[in-house]
Design a protein around this ligand. Structure first.
Ligand code: B3K
Ligand code: ZN
Length: 854
């Protein structure tokens, strides 16, 4: 066995250094003889030297492998082996490489490569995990046809592609579609199938299965419906059909992220596929539907067309996130989905873009690629595609996509390929647009306006602050969707897309009878920060009248933020005009309940901290928390008369349905119950808890009670009812920390790490506790530094087992420069403590170093 610890000097990989592999890999035959501590993997691979190759070195990646034997054309060879792979002299003609290695899936706690989860074998290879399975050119531009034989256990045995043969203790699979190694997958376990079928529009019959551990088969129906809807949607909207005889999904409990799009064999974190009304919330259902769609859509955007190298990750991720958002908008409410996505973008991507971890949508250097599966690559990557679609229009967008699929099917591509397709399909020059891929940072868009003699002029100035390694930024192409309203609230100019390309640019609207009220950046048409001096009256006007649901909601959000900031910085009372506007909206039954729930959801404390720091004010977490509490209390009191009636109207009769209508009503129910609990001492919440027949209302009621420090009895009842259900217990763990008052949160989280049901080895459970702590803003940022200390202790312990999840959770520290000097000192000390931990992984070392370099 090789040493598992990383090389002492971490190596940086650069986009500019890309060179193709010197060989084609025609076929790959793998044989797995499974055993928990000593699995044997035999590989038989046909390599063909490329005629044009500039680099003919034969280097195969391989990590933590014990090489048993190696042969070329049947003759034993002795390769030179390093901790990262092997090299060997090879003939100058096609040859067969054969190797046998031994690996230890039972000891694999990193959950990368082949590992075991509750007695089940499973794999995770993206980005570079295949090299922990066998020696191979583990890079996405090496695509090949895989045949796999699995032996050694009498269980369900799955791999990519179509089943070929199976018998007692063995199975063979063949995947006819050439693919990179990161899409390889293998599963073996005592699994049950929830089966179904799908007929593609050209009449191909596909066998569908969701494989789960016995006991979970009752939680598959929703995921299966989501899969069939996704398959039909991709045919209708993008003309993309499925291309194998089977499509398998497997639920796994121990998984570093949400799910993985392995060809024909998607592997899912069980939290992202298993659903039942009793155990899953509305938010779970929506997320499951979206992730099933996302992984399915990767079959074309990711698998049939993949990435040339990992710098091109957004080629598949940005596009697939964009596609899954379109799907959710079609299945549910488009405005609600857009608002939720922007909340997420501002909450996760903007801080990344404005902090030490900022990187372009297409990064140019990395030490550990797993650290670049970020909100920037995924969510900003999707926003960039949304802008492209808005600029070229729907018809040209789908024309370009048709060309993309026709031209690049079976290839490993770059962002240049992608943009060239759009240029060829639409005749547009996208040279300036490509800045969105190469320059990090969130553009600021300043707006000034003038009205003179019927002409209204909007002037925009764009600038992007420097980011690490990128001091200078060029102007970007920004599609700005604008509408104009008359003072009476009617729309005088419907939505038009202004195309900004200069650093400063003006746009005039003529023939207006009065000075209009502008509604700017409708539908959030670009991922920028809009800076405009707007009066509270104007925001209230837009909140009442804007025909664009996103901007209507955003006007309310801006009012909420302004009021909270005035409370924190000036000791002001909650803004009366805003409270009045909320009262009107929440009572307006003509409005979608989901929309009313969103308007009633206050910006979180982290968002207020961000807003303060954007204004150059050092945020005080306790003051922000107090202001949030005061605001909610005042809102509850000002709604006191109507709250019971409004609340009663949200109680849904009939069986639970996780659809948009039911979800919207329950979202409003949750918001109102939160307010009501501030007035009735928890009576309504206790009643709702006692009568709950689904997890959404049960969980909401418990959260309200715990927040009010009234729920001891219900908390115990919930625990006893659900202690055998891992996914519900994750909710219970998280709730304890999220609802804890700030001064208790660290102690609560610390105690939970010693709870008998806590395990550091399960990423879901770890995130339930430590992720929740980082979300309890004032709790995590306790002035004594106890929150930082606890997280650092846990990250040091986790890094020795699971570098990927550790590195990802380091992002809790990325905003550290926002806070006061004392807090910064404490955070720096803890970051340095993590950095000095013996044997620290390359993953965590890279993250901590970048954060410290701020
Ligand atoms: N492609 C995977 C993510 C892999 C993450 C590797 N650290 C899931 C997805 O985006 O669909
Ligand atoms: Zn993806």
């Amino acid at each position: 066995m090789k040493d598992a610890s990383p090389a002492t000097q971490p190596e940086t990989v650069y986009l500019k250094d890309y060179t193709p592999f010197g060989f084609d890999v025609e076929t790959v035959e793998l044989t797995f003889r499974l055993a928990p501590a000593a699995t044997r993997v035999r590989a038989r691979i046909r390599f063909v030297p490329k005629a044009q190759a500039t680099d003919r070195r034969f280097f195969l990646h391989g990590e933590q492998l014990s090489l048993i034997s190696a042969r070329i054309d049947g003759l034993e060879v002795t390769p030179e082996i390093t901790p990262t792979g092997l090299s060997c002299d090879v003939p100058d003609r096609p040859f067969i490489w054969e190797s046998e290695v031994e690996i230890n899936p039972g000891a694999n706690t990193a959950l990368e490569g082949l590992y075991m989860s509750n007695g089940m074998y499973c794999t995770q290879c993206e980005a570079e995990g295949f090299r922990k399975i066998t020696y191979y050119p583990d890079r996405p531009d090496v695509m090949s046809v895989f045949t796999v034989r699995i032996e050694g256990t009498e269980q369900v045995l799955l791999s990519n592609g179509n089943p070929v043969r199976a018998g007692d203790g063995f199975a063979e699979w063949h995947d006819p579609w050439p693919k990179p190694a990161y899409l390889f997958a293998l599963v073996a376990g005592d699994l049950l199938a929830h089966p179904d079928r799908f007929t593609t529009r050209s009449g191909k019959e596909v066998q569908l299965n969701i494989w789960v551990r016995p006991g979970d088969e009752t939680k598959c129906a929703f995921g299966m419906e989501a899969l069939k809807k996704s398959m039909a949607w991709d045919e209708q909207v993008y003309g993309r059909e499925y291309d194998l005889d089977v499509f398998n999904i497997v639920a796994v409990d121990d998984f570093n992220m949400g799910a993985m799009e392995n060809k024909g064999l998607n592997i899912f974190n069980s939290s992202c596929v298993l659903a039942s009304p009793e155990t899953s919330t509305d938010a779970n259902f929506e997320r499951i539907e979206a992730i099933i769609a996302h992984e399915y859509f990767h079959n074309w955007t990711g698998n049939r067309i993949t990435c040339r190298d990992w710098f091109q990750l957004c080629l598949k991720e940005g596009l697939t996130v964009f596609r899954d958002a379109q799907f959710t908008a079609d299945m549910r409410s488009a405005p609600v989905k857009r608002i939720e996505d922007v909340i997420d973008l501002r909450g996760r991507q903007f801080p990344e873009d404005g902090g030490p971890l900022a990187h372009p949508v297409r990064p140019e250097a990395f030490q550990e690629i797993n650290n670049f599966y970020t909100a920037t690559v995924y969510e900003k990557g999707a926003e960039v595609i949304g802008m492209l679609k808005r600029l070229v229009g729907d018809a040209d967008y789908y024309k370009a996509l048709d060309l993309y699929f026709a031209r690049h099917d079976g290839q490993a591509c770059t962002i240049e390929d992608w943009l060239t397709v759009f240029e060829d399909a639409t005749g547009r020059d996208l040279a300036q647009f490509s800045n969105w891929y190469s320059q990090a940072g969130t553009p600021r868009l300043q707006v000034t306006e003038a009205y003179d003699d019927g002409t209204y002029t909007l002037t925009f100035r764009q600038s992007t602050p420097p980011t690490p390694g990128q001091p200078h930024k060029d102007p970007k192409v920004i599609p700005i969707a604008v509408g104009l309203l008359n003072p009476n609230g009617d729309e005088v100019v419907p939505t038009t897309v202004l195309e900004m390309t200069e650093a400063e640019q003006s746009f005039a609207f003529e023939g207006l009878s009065a000075r209009p009220v502008p509604s700017i950046l409708r539908d959030f048409s670009a991922p920028v920060i809009l800076e405009r001096d707007t009066s509270a009256e104007e925001r209230a006007f837009l909140l009442a009248h804007d025909s664009d649901p996103f901007n209507r909601w955003d006007a309310g959000r801006e009012l909420a933020k302004a009021s909270r900031i005035a409370m924190v910085t000036e000791g002001a009372s909650p803004d009366a005009g805003y409270l009045e506007a909320l009262k009107v909206l929440v009572r307006d039954d003509s409005l979608d309940p989901a929309f009313r729930a969103l308007v009633l959801s206050p910006p979180g404390e982290t968002e207020i901290a961000q807003a303060l720091s954007d204004q150059g004010v050092t945020p005080d977490p306790d003051a922000i928390h107090d202001a949030s509490e005061t605001f909610a209390q005042t809102l509850a009191q000002s709604l006191a008369d109507s709250l019971p009636r409004l609340f009663a109207a949200t109680l849904v009769d009939g069986p639970y349905q996780p659809d948009a209508t039911g979800t919207g009503l329950r979202a409003l129910n949750g918001r109102l119950l939160g307010l009501l609990t501030r007035l009735d001492g928890g009576e309504a919440a206790a009643r709702q808890f006692a009568g709950a027949d689904n997890m959404t209302v049960q969980n909401t009621a418990l959260a309200c009670l715990l927040k009010a420090e009234k729920g001891a009895e219900q908390n115990l009842a919930f625990f006893e009812q659900w202690q055998a259900d891992r996914l519900v217990m994750d909710k219970w763990f998280a709730l304890q920390v999220i609802t804890a008052r700030p001064s208790h949160a660290v102690a609560v989280a610390g105690d939970l790490t010693r709870h008998p049901l806590f395990t550091i080895k399960n990423p879901n459970r770890f995130r339930a506790v430590m992720g929740a702590l980082s979300m309890n803003h004032a709790g995590f940022h306790q002035a004594d530094g106890s929150g930082y200390r606890l997280l650092a202790d846990q990250l040091i312990a986790l890094d020795a087992l699971n570098p990927q999840t550790t590195a990802r959770m380091c992002t809790a520290f990325q905003t550290w420069k926002r806070y006061d000097a004392e807090r910064q000192d404490k955070i720096r000390a803890d970051l340095e403590r993590i950095k000095a931990a013996p044997g620290l992984s390359r993953d965590t070392n890279e993250m901590v170093s970048r954060i410290l370099d701020a």
